[in-house]
Write a new protein. Structure first.
Length: 299
């Protein structure tokens, strides 16, 4: 179990450098969701560079890293734990698609409940007036003093509602693609050749069941499917996190307000930069995850 947790931790930590590299895409997405930006990507990028300089694209990246590291570690670890437990209960030799979706759903819910405060703080930092609150600790202190401790959990309900299907799709799609390949003639041949090799003879990359390209590709497909399927919940959640006590609405009312002001497309504001970020992020997540399991000899 310790080795498994180390695998997930290494996976999450290795993604922090990547998160920093693609932070501008996350910033652009939040501009569309949080500030209701209407300009196209190039106009928005020019505006940020002109008014805030290049460093403006990395606004809120520190707190995003603080959130992402434990979120990824908990998510992958929880998925493996739930999947193995379901497999134990069912007595099957191989995890079914239904069990994969269930394990993925509960993994997403578990990670969200543990890490949402940092996500709420980051949203407030990017929102209008967030600069004046004094960084991570300043925003947290302001929210707790003015709205109470549980204000850090704003948007929890839509987060949980979205993370269940998001986790189910993310892990389910990847595992379905993976098993489809491993059960194909080409996949069976690859597994057979890997078994014939002497232990320790092949390097870690050669021991990837899917190979490097398929691991990256299937991870990207899974990530994009999960993001597109649940993106409206992301928009509603961000809007809820910006609300103050005096104007607070529930998730359903917030959703209706968004649609009333901008139509159904408003629920997908910022989807393009989000997909551009998720595509390589999901690829690297699964690649590093599978690779570290091999290095640490985790089943």
């Amino acid at each position: 179990m310790t080795s498994t947790m180390h695998s997930e931790s290494m996976c999450s930590l290795s993604l922090q450098l990547y998160r920093t590299v693609v932070a501008p895409l996350e910033r652009l997405k939040l501009e569309y969701i949080v500030r209701g930006e209407q300009r196209n990507l190039f106009e928005l990028m020019h505006a940020i560079a002109t008014t805030q300089g290049v460093k403006g694209f990395w606004k809120g990246n520190f707190v995003n890293i603080l959130r992402t590291a434990p979120f990824k570690a908990v998510n992958f670890y929880a998925y493996d734990t739930y999947r193995k437990q379901l497999l134990k209960w069912s007595g099957n030799e191989e995890t079914t698609n239904f069990e994969r979706f269930i394990a993925g759903a509960f993994a997403g819910v578990t990670a969200t409940m543990m890490c949402i405060p940092m996500d709420t703080i980051r949203t407030r930092m990017v929102a209008p007036g967030g600069e004046a609150l004094g960084g991570v600790l300043g925003v947290a202190r302001h929210m707790i003093q003015t709205e109470g401790f549980f204000s850090l959990y704003k948007g929890l309900v839509p987060s949980l509602i979205s993370m269940a299907p998001s986790g189910a799709v993310f892990y389910g799609v990847y595992d379905i693609l993976k098993m489809a390949y491993l059960h194909s003639p080409e996949g069976k041949n690859r597994v057979s050749m890997m078994k014939q090799q002497k232990q320790g003879e092949a390097n870690a990359l050669d021991q990837l069941e899917l190979g490097t390209v398929r691991t990256l590709l299937y991870g990207a497909i899974a990530g994009c499917c999960a993001e597109a399927a649940t993106y409206p919940f992301e928009v509603v959640r961000r809007q809820l996190q910006m609300q103050v006590k005096a104007t607070r609405m529930n998730a359903f009312a917030t959703c209706l307000k968004i649609v009333d002001q901008g139509g159904v497309p408003a629920l997908y504001a910022g989807l393009i930069p989000s997909l551009l970020q998720v595509l390589p992020s999901a690829s690297i997540s699964y690649f590093v995850y599978e690779l570290t399991k091999i290095v640490l000899k985790v089943e």
